[in-house]
Design a protein around this ligand. Structure first.
Ligand code: ADP
Ligand code: MG
Length: 354
C-alpha cells in the first residue's frame, strides 16, 4: 500500500493483444478498473457468461476494499491498532484474515535475509511514504535514519501464538506495502475460482496473477518501461502465474538531482540503489503473487551483486532487472520468454543463477 491515488496507466501494466481476435466465440472480456492500494487495480475476466463475470467482479471488488482497509499502514485500521500495541510493548490481537499474511511475511523475510522486511514501518514513515499526500520533498535527517536503523526491527522480533502477537522490539512497526498487493491478488484469484471463473487476470499496479487463457490464446502481459512511456517487453502467461514488478517510479521525490524512492534498504535506511548501476525496476515471475511481491522488493534491495544469491534462496527463476539507463539484466529462464516491444530493443545481459 503506497498512496491512495495514482494516475491510471493501464497501458503500462497490462497489454492485451488482439482483444477480439476470436470473433466466432461468444466469450468476451469483462473488465473493471478502480483505485485501491494506492494504485490502479484492473480485473479482466474472459467469459461467455456475462452475469457470472459481473457478479465475480463485484464480489472481488468488495473483498479487495476490505483488505485495503484492514492492512492500511497509516489510516485507522486493524493494522495501525496492532502497531500501537506493539510500540507500547503490549501484545496485540491479530484479526484472523491477517494471520496468514503475517505468517507468510515472517517466512519470506527470513528467506530474503531480511531484505524484504515489513517491520521497518517507522523508516518508511520517516521518509514520507506513509501519507496520502505526495511524499516529503527532502530526505530526513541522517541522524534520524541512523537511529532507526540501529534499532534493527525485524520480523524475527515478533512472536505469533494463535491470534496474539508480541514483539521483543518496540521499534518494530508493520507495513505490508511490499507484499499486500500480491497477497490480495492471490486471495482474489482463489475467490474467482470458487465462483467458477477460470480465465482471468487481476492486476494491482503491475502486480498481477493470470489464470487460464484469453480465448484461444494465452494472456500476454506487458512490463512497463521504467524510464519512459509505453511497454518495455511482454510475456505470455502459462496457465496460472504471477508477474510482479517493483519500480523506483511508483513513489519518489527528487532532491538535488537524486531520486529518493519508496523501496528502502533496511541495512542503510536509505532508498535501495545498486552499486555498479542504479536499479530502476525488478520483475519476477512466480506461481503465487505474494511470494513474487516480496521477492521483487527483496531483489530490488539486494541489487548487484547480491540479487543472485537472494533469488536462489527464495527459489525465483524468472527475473528481469532494468537499470536507470534502460539496460536489462535477465536470468536465462526469463530471457527465453521475453519479447521486447520497445524499439530499438535495450542492451541485454543474461546472467545465470548460482
Ligand atoms: P510497489 O508498492 O510499488 O508495488 P513494492 O512491492 O516494492 O513496490 O513495495 C514498496 C512498499 O513496500 C513501500 O511503499 C513500503 O511501504 C514497503 N517497503 C519499502 N521497502 C521495504 C523493504 N525493504 N521491505 C519490506 N517492505 C518495504
Ligand atoms: Mg513487493
Amino acid at each position: 500500500m503506497t498512496v491512495p491515488v495514482k494516475i491510471p496507466r493501464a497501458w503500462a501494466v497490462l497489454l492485451i493483444l488482439a482483444l477480439n481476435a476470436c470473433g466466432t466465440q461468444p466469450a468476451q472480456l469483462h473488465q473493471r478498473q478502480f483505485l485501491l492500494f494506492g494504485t490502479l487495480v484492473d480485473i479482466s475476466i474472459w467469459s461467455a457468461d456475462k452475469k457470472k463475470a459481473e457478479n465475480a467482479i463485484a464480489q472481488i471488488t468488495a473483498d479487495l476494499e476490505k483488505m485495503h482497509h484492514e492492512w492500511h499502514a497509516w489510516h485507522d485500521s486493524p493494522l495501525t491498532r496492532l502497531n500501537k500495541a506493539l510500540a507500547a510493548g503490549q501484545p496485540g490481537t491479530v484479526p484472523p484474515p491477517m494471520i496468514p499474511l503475517l505468517q507468510k511475511s515472517i517466512a519470506l523475510s527470513d528467506a530474503s535475509d531480511g531484505l524484504f522486511n515489513p517491520a521497518i514501518g517507522k523508516l518508511i514513515n520517516v521518509w514520507g511514504f506513509q501519507q496520502d499526500d505526495a511524499p516529503n520533498s527532502t530526505p530526513p535527517d541522517a541522524a534520524r535514519i541512523h537511529a532507526l536503523v540501529t534499532q534493527q526491527p525485524t520480523m524475527q522480533d515478533l512472536t505469533l501464538a494463535q491470534d496474539q502477537i508480541t514483539s521483543r522490539n518496540p521499534h518494530a512497526q508493520l507495513d505490508f506495502g511490499a507484499i499486500a498487493k500480491g497477497y490480495a491478488v492471490d486471495l482474489a484469484i482463489e475467490k474467482l475460482r470458487t465462483l467458477g471463473i477460470h480465465n482471468a487476470i487481476i492486476n494491482a499496479g503491475g502486480n498481477l496473477r493470470a489464470i487460464g487463457t484469453h480465448g484461444d490464446r494465452p494472456w500476454r502481459i506487458g512490463i512497463r518501461n521504467p524510464r519512459g512511456p509505453g511497454v518495455l517487453a511482454s510475456i505470455e502467461a502459462r496457465g496460472d502465474e504471477s508477474m510482479l514488478t517493483s519500480g523506483d517510479y511508483e513513489r519518489f521525490f527528487e532532491y538535488q538531482g537524486k531520486r529518493y524512492h519508496h523501496i528502502i534498504d533496511p541495512r542503510t535506511g536509505y532508498p535501495a540503489r545498486g552499486l555498479a548501476s542504479v536499479t530502476a525496476s525488478v520483475t519476477v515471475i512466480y506461481p503465487d503473487a505474494a511470494t513474487a511481491d516480496a521477492a521483487s522488493t527483496a531483489l530490488f534491495v539486494a541489487g548487484p551483486p547480491r540479487w543472485r544469491d537472494i533469488a536462489k534462496k527464495m527459489d525465483i527463476q524468472y527475473i528481469m532487472i532494468v537499470d536507470d539507463k534502460g539496460n536489462v539484466t535477465m536470468t536465462p529462464a526469463m530471457a527465453e520468454r521475453v519479447r521486447f516491444e520497445l524499439k530499438p530493443a535495450p542492451t541485454v545481459s543474461i546472467v545465470a543463477l548460482p
